[in-house]
Design a protein. Structure first.
Lengths: 83, 832
């Protein structure tokens, strides 16, 4: 129950952008498009509060959709790492 | 015989490595014999390399400049600690068993040096059961096991027992632990510590040589005493002394060690000191280098050149050169330059033959060299008008601190800079010096011209607005020129237009300033904005503004409104911004070039001056101001009374005292604002007022200080309270909370401050100086760290931002892909 309240607070906070885990195919597609390996993506700790709520495992790629005053929405990707 | 470096490995050196690298053993502390020859086996033995021209190296046969120098070594009579590794030694000693050399703690618990230094050690060795005593480190370089002091021999014996694997687990990256205790000392080649011959013929040795002599001398004495079996205490004293000399040889700034000094009392500069800090080898010699083809000099203003130009003194232009390849197209021109030689401008200083040999052009050989010139030769010619050079002013805080200019060779001894190009450099002419660099290749020149030319940097990437623009007198001039009712005779109009480079037939007898200004605007320009002199009325009358503060440009004609800082100044200029955005950098540059010249011409025709009478107020107004101050004093007395009665309700989150201060200060600021309003309403349009309201220089606040009153001096964000017990100065009673006792200045600068007011003014002034000096230091260091962290980020071809390793930092630059240097205040404009 406590966890649920925390989850609500975190996910609905105005400074926390939308996070979602990419599927295996989407991940492959992204890496191919950028021509990089997972290691070259920006990182996020598995212990990050949002990553924990999403249940992300090391190796997953999280897509972050941020609001931007100039670009409307900007998309960012992070690979989950241990920690 | 070229070799490729595959990898570099940093390790501790083993005694075997030392012997292998060294070409000789240093055994004597003598440096020179009676004939001033280097002593054999001394620290300046000729086998260690050559520093004097004309002598061949005894080891490799190389001449001065060819022989890189050779190492020697000193065999220490007793081992000593390498003081650069004391922390490592402490870790190894305390976390391994002195008997069996095995690890006393769990590997996984000692992963960082911080953990290793704090790790708990068991009382007994888990492997051999030996009793373990705590190892203590005492500054500067002594170790104790329990109560007993360990000498370097005992430490070495302990370290020898540790296995490679365990040593690695404790953070030793390469080599054996016992190598941290020195038995052989490497002696650097004399090329690394050359001696200097003074004019008197006396030799002055390098600090390192001095230190090495000390080491060898003590080492010899220690060896002799060991030989004759001297008493233990003598041996120990000498051993300690040897340790001291070796320690200071590595680092002469160890805490707890008195630094080794030169005869003059100057501390010696030993190995660590050579590398460390801003003056050390890395930051001084490797990261920062000196360059050729550069000049430095005082700058001075020249409003008559273009903002793209840089006035270069003739002398500089004849020293700096550009290499030009001789082709069939330019051979005649270059031949003439060579014929004119290096003493006549324009000329040339050198020719370079196709085989690479350089030949200085001298009066004697210039005719011959000019004849010799053929295709394939290169001529290093003087700077000519129109050449592209880079101009820079330190501190280089942003990219506009280095911009490309076009050369204009001029008489005189200073670099001439257009005033509109000053804001990006943050330059003024109170003695500022700037640097000039001449790109030497066509590629470099093209790149500089395309990316760094002044006109291409009008828009700052910091805020997306112009950072280059008209300032000070240009703004005053623009206002004088374009304000309502400003008219000029035909003669004056001709002068103004000619100054701006506009040549048209003038058929009217009188011209309005707005008409003249309109001639510089593009024909299809349309815009509206509020000028800086806008009074911020509650309801804007737009075109019918009585202050002429609403600017309307219709089809390139200035219909109404005066041009001031809101139109053409850096940071604010909307008109300049629009022209740069819609008509291009070149148009913006041309506009600025013309506007600045037109403005100062208009200003010179009318004349512009300020005097004390500009800021003098009539007696009635002065009385009114006095009334406001007295009214405020009364209100403050009430607040203080309420405070003493305990009637003040504290604001949320503040104490009663803080609330009292807030209330008092609100009253005081209110008073100053009221005075400011009065001054604003009662000042005639004097030149001082013109500058304040157009944003040319000064502000209404400055005028209030001079004419009205200075007001509350803020010290540390509030009224002044420091000083004596309960009061700021001995002139007041204790616990006096009144305005005058805490830095309220009711005088104006014209009237003059009384001594007490002056004291508070100085207090504020000093705080300001402290703040600004502190701020520049802190922000300078912050900048350095940011630059070090970010300098290898780049935008890749796929529009991702990557670091040097190719890892992605951003998927699109700035997360929006907007180049702020092409944006309008961070936003994309309608059409783009």
């Amino acid at each position: 129950m406590v966890v649920d309240i925390k989850k609500e607070i975190i996910l609905n906070h105005e400074l926390v952008p939308k996070h979602e885990i990419l599927s295996e195919e989407e991940t492959q597609e992204l890496l191919e498009k950028l021509g990089i390996s997972k290691k070259q993506l920006p990182r996020i700790y598995a212990s990050d509060p949002v990553a924990k709520i999403l249940g992300a495992k090391p190796g997953d790629v999280i897509k972050i959709t941020r609001k931007s005053p100039t670009a409307g929405e900007s998309i960012y990707y992070r690979v989950v790492v241990k920690g | 015989m070229s070799k490729v470096i595959k990898a570099i490995k940093f390790e501790i050196m083993s005694p075997q490595d030392v012997k292998k690298l060294a070409v000789m053993k240093v055994t004597t502390s003598e440096v020179y014999d009676a004939d001033a020859y280097p002593v054999k086996d001394g620290v300046t033995d000729p086998r260690l390399g050559v520093v004097d021209p004309g002598i061949r190296c005894r080891t490799c046969g190389g001449r001065f400049g060819e022989c890189p120098g050779h190492f020697g070594y000193i065999e220490l009579a007793k081992p000593v600690l390498n003081v650069l590794y004391l922390k490592q030694i402490k870790i190894l000693l305390s976390l391994t068993c002195p008997e069996c050399g095995k690890l006393l703690v769990d590997k996984s618990k000692v992963k960082t040096d911080a953990e290793r230094l704090k790790a708990e050690v068991p009382k007994q060795c888990p492997h051999c059961g030996a009793k373990i005593e705590k190892v203590k480190f005492e500054k500067p370089y002594h170790f104790y096991r329990g109560e007993k002091q360990l000498n370097p021999e005992e430490i070495r014996a302990h370290l020898e027992k540790i296995s490679d694997e365990d040593a690695h687990a404790l953070g030793l990256k390469g080599g054996r632990p016992e190598w941290l205790v020195l038995t052989l000392l490497l002696v650097p080649p004399i090329t690394a510590r050359p001696s200097i011959t003074l004019e008197t013929g006396e030799r002055s040795e390098d600090d390192l040589t001095h230190k090495l002599v000390d080491i060898v001398r003590i080492n010899q004495r220690l060896a002799e005493n060991l030989e004759i079996g001297a008493p233990q205490f003598i041996i120990e004293d000498l051993w300690e002394l040897l340790q001291y000399h070796v320690a200071t040889y590595f680092n002469n700034e160890l805490s707890g060690v008195p630094p080794a000094r030169h005869r003059s009392g100057r501390p010696l500069k030993t190995l660590s000191q050579r590398l460390k800090t801003k003056e050390g080898r890395f930051r001084h010699n490797l990261t920062g280098k000196r360059v050729n083809f550069s000049a430095r000099g005082v700058i001075s203003p020249d409003p008559l050149i273009s903002i793209n130009d840089i006035g270069v003194p003739l002398e500089v232009a004849m020293t700096l050169t550009i290499p030009i390849k001789v082709t069939s197209h330019n051979i005649g021109f270059l031949k003439q330059l060579v014929r004119d030689g290096s003493d006549k401008y324009p000329g040339a200083n050198y020719i370079i033959r196709p085989d690479g040999t350089r030949k200085r052009i001298l009066p004697d050989n210039k005719e011959d060299l000019a004849e010799e010139l053929a295709e394939g030769y290169v001529v290093e010619r003087h700077l000519l008008d129109g050449d592209i050079v880079l101009f820079n002013r330190q501190p280089s805080l942003h990219r506009m601190s280095i911009m490309a200019h076009r050369v204009r060779v001029m008489p005189g001894k200073t670099f001439r800079l257009h005033l509109a190009a000053c804001p990006p450099y943050n330059a003024d002419f109170d003695g500022d010096e700037m640097n000039l660099h001449v790109p030497q290749t066509a590629e470099a020149r093209a790149e500089a011209e395309e990316l760094m030319l002044v006109e291409k940097n009008i828009r700052s990437p910091r805020f997306g607005g112009p950072i280059i623009g008209a300032t000070q007198d240009f703004i005053s001039g623009a206002y004088i020129l374009t304000k309502k009712g400003s008219k000029f005779s035909r003669e004056e109009a001709a002068q103004i237009l000619a100054a701006a480079g506009v040549y048209v037939d003038l058929d009217k007898d009188e011209y309005e300033g707005k008409e003249l200004f309109s001639m510089l605007l593009p024909d299809d320009l349309n815009m509206e904005f509020k000028a800086a002199c806008c009074q911020k009325c509650s309801e804007c009358k737009k075109e019918n503004c009585e202050y002429d503060a609403y600017v309307v440009v219709r089809n390139g004609r200035l219909v109404c409104g005066a041009i001031d800082s809101k139109a053409i100044s850096p940071f604010k200029g909307l008109l300049l911004d629009k022209i740069d955005m819609e008509y291009g950098h070149e148009a913006a540059r041309e506009f600025l070039d013309r506007v600045t010249k037109m403005c100062i011409r208009a200003l010179m025709i009318r004349g512009f001056t300020i005097s004390i009478s500009d800021i003098d107020l009539p007696a009635t107004i002065k009385k009114e101001i006095k009334k406001i101050i007295n009214k405020t004093y009364k209100k403050i007395d009430e607040i203080i009374e309420r405070y003493h009665k305990g009637e003040i309700e504290p604001y949320p989150g503040r104490t009663v005292e803080e609330t009292r201060e807030d209330l008092i200060m609100a009253e005081l600021f209110n008073a100053v604002n009221e005075v400011q309003e009065i001054i604003k309403a009662n000042f005639k349009e004097t030149d001082a007022m013109v500058m304040a309201k157009t944003g040319a220089r000064g502000s209404l606040q400055n005028l209030t200080y001079m004419a009205g009153l200075v007001g509350q001096e803020m010290i540390r964000g509030g009224r002044a309270f420091r000083g004596f017990k309960g009061r700021t100065l001995a002139h007041f009673k204790r616990e006096d909370l009144g305005p005058k006792a805490h830095g309220f200045v009711e005088s104006s600068f014209i009237k003059g401050l009384d001594p007490i007011e002056f004291f508070f003014e100085v207090m504020k002034g000093r705080e300001g100086i402290m703040d600004s000096s502190l701020k520049t230091r802190v922000s300078g260091y912050l900048e350095r760290r940011l630059v070090n962290a970010l300098h290898d980020l780049r935008v890749d071809h796929d529009w991702t931002v990557r670091d040097a390793a190719g890892s992605i930092v951003q998927f699109i630059p700035g997360e929006d892909g907007i180049d702020p240097a092409k944006s309008s205040w961070g936003k994309l404009t309608g059409g783009a």
